[in-house]
Design a protein around this ligand. Structure first.
Ligand code: NDP
Length: 254
């Protein structure tokens, strides 16, 4: 049996920001396995080369740039399009977490988390969309979070960035939809990665995650691949401005 043609994204070119490890790397692998040419991004060239070596040969490229720096982003996207080809798919995934009570949160950390999780999606999205809107097609997926909807003590700045990213997604959909570009969000629940390692290692927290998640477990990076493949495919041509939560059901239950 073959897959339905609406889900065929073979031959497309995709950039996944923050794909040297974790969720970004799993999404890049999924896109490459679906037949896309994939561009990995991060700040460390050696780390990216190592990550690329584990993906299907011939369809993987790397692009070293800092997603928080406007001029680097502009140069990075221009270089990717020249070297690899026109971008069909952008996944804004790069992000970070800083856990601290708000009263102890510093100005510097506030700006750092805002730049990494929110400004980055604006900078990279704008550069990619300049080209996609001109060509009349493109798919952008912003990696939001279950914390786009809810917040726990100690992560207010993170939740603020992810809540704003959800509305930025809707704004991008409004501005770029008329030019053939669909923009959606994917909201992971608790997923085991480097970012969540302190929580995974905390037995009490892990027991809480299992209790609170109808699926009864931590998420795996592979759990997110299907959602992104769908949002990047022609099957989602009339889907825009939405956030698809992939969280084992956590955002739906008290
Ligand atoms: P990781 O910390 O494992 O990976 C983060 C990635 O982002 C790395 O590849 C890192 O690359 C890259 N990155 C960070 N800052 C920059 C920057 N300034 N420029 C370019 N690349 C950068 O995180 P996860 O894989 O867990 O998270 C990925 C995304 O998913 C984030 O947006 C996160 O908020 C979101 N998310 C994660 C959840 C989870 O439970 N893990 C839940 C909900 C959302 P390098 O350091 O090599 O530059």
């Amino acid at each position: 049996m073959t897959a339905h043609p609406l889900f065929d994204i073979g031959g497309r070119t995709a950039l996944v920001t923050g794909s040297s490890r974790g969720i970004g790397l799993a999404l890049a692998r999924g896109l490459a396995e679906a037949g896309c040419t994939v561009v990995l991004n991060g700040r460390d060239g050696a780390r990216l080369a190592e990550a690329a070596a584990g993906l299907p040969a011939g369809r993987v490229h790397t692009a070293v740039f800092d997603v928080t720096d406007g001029p680097s982003v502009a140069a990075g996207i221009a270089d990717v399009e020249e070297r690899v080809g026109p971008l069909d798919i952008l996944v804004n995934n790069a992000g970070m977490q800083l856990r601290a009570p708000l009263l102890e949160f510093t100005d510097a950390d506030w700006h750092r988390i805002l730049d990494t999780n929110l400004t980055s999606a604006f900078l990279v999205g704008r550069e990619a969309a300049r080209r996609m809107t001109e060509r009349g097609h493109g798919k952008i997926v912003n990696i939001c979070s279950l914390q786009s909807e809810v917040v726990r003590p100690g992560i207010a700045p993170y939740a603020a960035t992810k809540g704003a990213l959800k509305l930025l997604t809707k704004g991008m959909c409004a501005d770029w939809g008329p030019y053939g570009v669909q923009v959606n969000g994917l909201g992971p629940g608790y997923i085991e990665t480097e970012l969540t390692r302190p929580l995974v290692e905390d037995e009490e927290f892990t027991a809480w995650v299992r209790r609170r998640t109808p699926a009864g477990r931590w998420g795996r990076t592979e759990d997110l691949v299907g959602g992104v493949l769908f949002l990047a495919s022609p099957a989602a041509d009339f889907v825009s401005g939405q956030v698809l939560y992939v969280d084992g059901g956590m955002t739906s239950v008290l």
